[in-house]
Structures are given as C-alpha cells and as structure tokens.
Design a protein around this ligand. Structure first.
Ligand SMILES: [Fe+2]
Ligand SMILES: [Fe+2]
Length: 278
C-alpha cells in the first residue's frame, strides 16, 4: 500500500493503560495518511490534548469530534469548565496542536477516492431514540432509572448555557445544517460524528433503553441529504460496517479493554474510509 489513506478511529478511552498501549502502536502506513478521531479520547483535557498532539505528529492531518466523555465535567479533571465553554476550550486546544474540529473549515480529501468533503460534526443527542414500546422522553428516562441503565452523562455532561442537553443538541443541529448546506454540492461528503446520525445502529444495543443517549432523529436523513460517501461514528463500542440506503456506515471504536480483549476476531483498526476498501 503506497497511496495515502483516510483512516478512522474512535473511543480511545486513554484512561486505560491497555488502550494507551494500542494507541502507541497506531501509525500511518504512508506519510500522507489522515486520521479521523471520532470522540471519547478521554475525560481529562490535558490527556485529550496530549493524545491528539501525538497523533498529529504521526499523521499528515487529524480531525477530531467530541464524544460525551470529552464533554464530561469529571471530578478528576482540574479544568473547571462545563458545557459549551468546555467544548470551546477543547476546540482551542485542538487548534493549538493543528487538529481540525467541527468549528473549522471542512477539509477536502484529495487523495484516492476524492475529492470528498470531510465534515466533522458535533450534534449530540436529544432523547428521541426511544426504546421499543415507549412513547415519551419521560417514560424512557423512567425505564432507564428503573432498570439501572442510565448513561453517566446525566451526572457529568452539563449543557451550559443551554437549559437542557436536548436544547444544546437542537442548537448544534441548526448550526451544523447551515454548515453542511453551504458545502460544495458537487462533492460527496464523509460525515463524522461521535454519535450515530441514524437510529439503525442502536437497534443492536444490548440495552435498548441506552439509545436515548445515542443520537437524534433530526439527523436521520443527513447521509442522503448531504451526499455521504461514508458515515463515521463511534460511541456504541460495537465496531462494524453496515449499509443504509446504499451508504456505508463505519463504527470505528476501540472501546474498553474488557470489550475488545475477548474478541476472537478483532475489527479492522484503524478502519480505512478512503479509498473505499476493496
Ligand atoms: Fe466510548
Ligand atoms: Fe461515547
């Protein structure tokens, strides 16, 4: 393989020593390889910055989108920021080490399989992925608490200055829609978001009540509307390739050691996005 590739990973969860060893070995195969990092690098701003800076030294370009773990205001992180100010701070850290974010111009991949607009997105979730048989957000949350399947975001992910996480999500969807509408309509896109942009990937969750923290119905047609050649996401820790409406969806997570260690057949990692693998 001599031509540069667009590669993707997510959910590095660098708090785990075993994951740090895996990421230590994450290298490009050509000088021109680009790397997508689709969120959940870790919880501490300093660790996130260090990891992205290291990867940027290895890869010709690095694109980052925030995961819920980056947005947590975790007691172990000395950075006292919450919500949007925390996100903006992380964006500045990325810019400082030369990493693209959802706030920067969308890079164009001009290597094999291009030209393609690469769109790092941050659209969060709004509790509209309701579990089967449940018809309201309140009922879905009650079911989650009754069954003990509650995302830690409820305690750690603040929406400041928005009143709720779903209000923050709606603002992000509106902003992102305008950005995507302004892209060159002659180019396909790669949509990159920590959370799945459609409901379908969540249908295989072991606990369906977790889906409410996994995305928003507002983005359900974006893979078609915005000409996606591929959609890259993580968050579910279920690495796989699927197709919806003929569009390739790539869940590119590493996940926790207890999840990836027992797998007899490791998912291809990092995942090649472009050129389209044979
Ligand atoms: Fe994760
Ligand atoms: Fe996540």
């Amino acid at each position: 393989m001599t031509e540069p590739r667009l590669l993707a990973v997510s959910d590095l969860h660098m708090g785990y020593a075993d994951n740090r060893r895996v990421v230590d070995r994450l290298r490009p195969t050509t000088e021109g390889d680009w790397l997508i990092v689709a969120g959940d690098v870790g919880e501490k701003a300093a660790d996130i910055e260090r990891t992205l800076a290291t990867l940027r030294q290895r890869f010709a370009a690095v694109l980052w989108v925030p995961g819920n773990h980056e947005l947590w205001s975790h007691p172990s992180d000395p950075l006292p920021l919450r919500g949007e100010p925390r996100y903006r701070h992380l964006v500045e850290l990325c810019r400082g080490v030369g990493v693209s974010t959802p706030e920067d111009p969308y890079p164009i991949w001009r290597g094999a399989g291009g030209p393609v607009t690469l769109a790092p997105l941050f659209v969060l979730y709004d509790y509209t992925f309701l579990p089967p048989g449940v018809h309201t957000q309140q009922a879905a949350l009650e079911l989650a608490y009754e069954t003990g399947i509650v995302c830690a975001d409820e305690q750690l992910l603040y929406p400041d200055p928005y009143p709720t996480r779903e209000a923050w999500c709606r603002a992000r969807v509106e902003y992102t829609r305008q950005r995507l509408d302004a892209c060159d309509p002659g180019l396909p896109t790669v949509l990159i978001n920590h959370f799945p942009v459609t409901r379908q990937p969540t249908l295989v969750l072991r606990y369906p009540q977790f889906a409410q923290w996994c995305g928003t119905e507002l983005t359900g047609d974006w893979h078609l509307r915005y000409r996606a050649a591929a959609v890259v996401y993580g968050h579910l820790h279920i690495p796989r390739t699927t197709f919806e409406d003929g569009v390739r969806f790539e869940e590119v997570s590493l996940g926790y050691p207890r999840e990836w260690r027992p797998r007899s057949k490791p998912a291809e990692w990092p995942r090649q996005i472009l050129p389209v693998p044979a």
